[in-house]
Design a protein around this ligand. Structure first.
Ligand SMILES: NC(=O)c1ccc[n+]([C@@H]2O[C@H](COP(=O)([O-])OP(=O)(O)OC[C@H]3O[C@@H](n4cnc5c(N)ncnc54)[C@H](O)[C@@H]3O)[C@@H](O)[C@H]2O)c1
Length: 325
């Protein structure tokens, strides 16, 4: 098959690209390298099955012909990372709404299989123990820029559903929960790469808020495996799937586990949210997926443990610190 991957030089996109090429598919990546990099695609850079286009999905004049030339579009390009989103909500909204509109319009026009990346952020301040795709969503006020990411992604979901209903778009939404692994950048507020780098440097690990908030961390390779299972399944059209693990850990305990696994002398430093982000910043206490829809359909379950994830991320962070990558 021929795939177009927007944001294919990013963290998740680069693992997906490698996986598809390894199985004999052809991949075209379009990426503006804002948070992605060529280094992420180093292992396949010279593979004849890969074409890399450095361009912006907002302005690329050939988006329609790129979509038409492929069998399937996986749309991952987005403004990502809480820090980045809080700092630049205008660009977040434009990229996530207008960019997706361009991709979906073209995919609907040429009837191309399309999967778009949404996020667990859309569940907002829900206090359900496990979030289900059919749950009501509780997003905070528009005066709080943090919610612009969730709202822009939610609008993407509505777009896809509208194209599915009115134009028979063979489209699916995936809601990623915390996805982690090598190549993820800590620059935009992603917790695990920040912790790993601090532990290796012997610095205190910055825990935002009380540290009691819990999250579930899924290895990017497990996430890519889930995506691959959904691609060729026409039962997924017009549907939403959570992708993540159900093993919860508090952020403080995550910091302790990183310190332990890295045999680091580091301690923990708590930083209030309004210092870490902005005054009035809101966070959700717990965020865990109900992945039964995905499991029932495909049998998918995550296979990589949190300990293995931490070791993998720490090994990558060490190679980065040593200048080996
Ligand atoms: N990593 C996670 O935990 C997570 C969680 C929920 C949702 N997601 C979603 O998954 C997708 C991939 O995220 P990621 O973690 O790989 O982040 P990432 O930042 O590594 O990947 C995004 C890629 O999109 C590219 N990009 C951004 N704006 C672009 C534009 N206008 N034109 C072309 N390329 C552009 C970036 O350069 C980058 O390569 C995103 O849509 C994100 O919202 C990720």
């Amino acid at each position: 098959m021929r795939f177009l991957i927007t944001g294919g030089a990013g963290f998740i996109g680069s693992f997906l690209t490698e996986s598809l090429i390894a199985d004999g598919h052809f991949v075209t990546v379009i990426d503006n390298f804002s948070t992605g990099s060529m280094a992420n695609l180093a292992s396949v850079e010279h593979n004849p099955s890969l074409r890399i286009i450095e361009d912006d999905i907002l302005t690329a004049p050939n988006i329609k012909s790129l979509v038409a030339a492929n069998d399937c579009v996986i749309h991952l390009a987005a403004a990502v990372g809480v820090e980045k989103v809080v700092r630049d909500p205008v660009q977040t909204i434009i990229t996530n709404v207008h960019g997706t509109e361009r991709i979906l319009t073209a995919a609907a026009e040429y009837s191309r299989r399309c999967i778009i990346a949404s996020t667990s952020e859309v569940y907002g301040k829900s206090d359900a123990p496990f979030f289900k795709e059919t749950d009501d969503l509780r997003i905070g006020s528009s005066t709080n820029s943090r919610w612009s990411y969730a709202c822009s992604k939610l609008l993407d979901e509505f777009f896809l559903m509208a194209f599915y209903r009115n134009h028979a778009l063979p489209g699916t939404v995936v809601r990623f929960f915390n996805t982690v692994g090598p190549r993820q950048s800590g620059r935009y507020g992603m917790v695990l790469p920040r912790f790993a780098a601090a532990a290796l440097k012997g610095e205190d690990l910055p825990v935002y808020g009380t540290g009691e908030q819990t999250r579930c961390f899924c290895h990017v390779k497990d996430v890519v495996r889930a995506l691959r299972l959904l691609i060729n399944d026409d039962r997924t059209y017009g549907k939403i799937y959570n992708i993540g693990t159900t093993r919860r850990i508090s952020i403080e305990n995550l910091a302790k586990l990183v310190i332990e696994r890295a045999s680091s002398p580091s301690g923990i430093k708590k930083i209030p949210y309004d210092q870490a982000y902005e005054p009035g910043f809101e966070d959700m206490l717990n965020r865990a997926p109900d992945c039964s829809a995905l499991h029932t359909l495909t049998g998918w379950e995550p296979e990589i443990s949190l300990e293995e994830i931490i070791d993998d991320v720490t090994t990558y962070a060490k190679a980065k610190l040593d200048g080996r990558i």
